[in-house]
Design a protein around this ligand. Structure first.
Ligand SMILES: [Cu+2]
Length: 99
């Protein structure tokens, strides 16, 4: 009985993994969280938000100063994580994708 449940769970897991891997190929809107450790005062998020919002394809940017994070929603056919981190870096705030 136990092995049967485990086999089913494995099947379900691989199905979910497949969906997760396949999604970027057709899903146009993607949301990522960037770690922006360089934000040192309450005004920094304004600069970071402006830099990210200026990237073509970005539809929503939410910068959380307390967490040193930026949550960005974008069209993944137009832009990508590398362009987002490049934009914050150019504005003086290097960032990286938060896993
Ligand atoms: Cu600041």
């Amino acid at each position: 009985m136990k092995t049967q449940v485990s086999a089913q769970a494995k099947k379900l897991f691989s199905a979910l993994a497949f969906v997760a891997l396949a999604a970027p190929a057709w899903a146009a809107t993607q949301t990522v969280t960037l770690s922006v450790p360089g934000m040192t005062c309450a005004a920094c998020p304004i600069t970071v938000k402006a830099a990210l919002s200026r990237v073509d394809g970005v539809s929503k940017t939410e910068v959380k100063y307390e967490q040193r994070e930026a949550v960005v929603t974008f069209d993944n056919a137009k832009t990508g994580v590398q362009k987002l981190t490049q934009a914050t870096t150019n504005a003086g705030y290097p960032s990286s994708l938060k896993e």
